[in-house]
Design a protein around this ligand. Structure first.
Ligand code: THU
Length: 151
């Protein structure tokens, strides 16, 4: 059980707070700041569709708006509605086999690139506390455009 495992579990536990009346796809993220503070976010959809915000950006913008700028890692999970009714989720706060593989969308990767060091920032995917995969931002978002390009 790693700290990153716990971070992923925190993201899993928050899945029911997502507001997803249109896609019915629940997403949740837990962002770990360098000082150990954790910000959580969920996807929040909108009848006009485009105002929808992803879980990852929700967490990052919460942190940035509170003055945090140094981030170490983010755990991300997504699943359809039936997962929240499953015994795995209800009893153990894990996702069933086959889940926990969807990574952040391109827009969220771009926002990570703005605030995080792509060489060191970790993106954690997984379906359970003891079943995680850790990626560096640079792996998931190679040849990115970011603040350094405008320097
Ligand atoms: N979504 C996220 O919250 N994060 C992602 O990285 C992928 C997509 C949300 C947006 C929308 O509410 C739903 O998942 C379906 O696309």
């Amino acid at each position: 059980m790693t700290d990153y495992g716990k971070l992923l579990k925190m993201a899993i536990e928050k899945l029911p707070d997502s507001y997803v009346p249109y896609s019915h796809f629940h997403c949740s993220a837990a962002l770990l700041c360098s000082d150990g503070t954790i910000f959580q976010g969920v996807n929040i959809e909108n009848a006009a569709y485009t105002p929808t915000i992803c879980a990852e950006r929700c967490a990052i913008f919460k942190a940035v708006s509170e003055g945090y700028r140094d981030f170490k890692a983010i755990a991300v999970v997504g699943c359809d509605e039936k997962v929240l009714e499953s015994n795995e989720f209800k009893n153990h706060k894990v996702l069933p086999e086959g889940y926990g593989k969807s990574g952040p969308c391109g827009v969220c990767r771009q926002v990570m690139q703005e605030f995080c060091d792509p060489e060191t920032f970790d993106i954690i995917l997984g379906r359970a506390e003891d079943d995680i995969t850790v990626y560096k931002l640079k792996e998931l978002f190679p040849h990115a455009f970011g603040p350094a390009d405008l320097a």
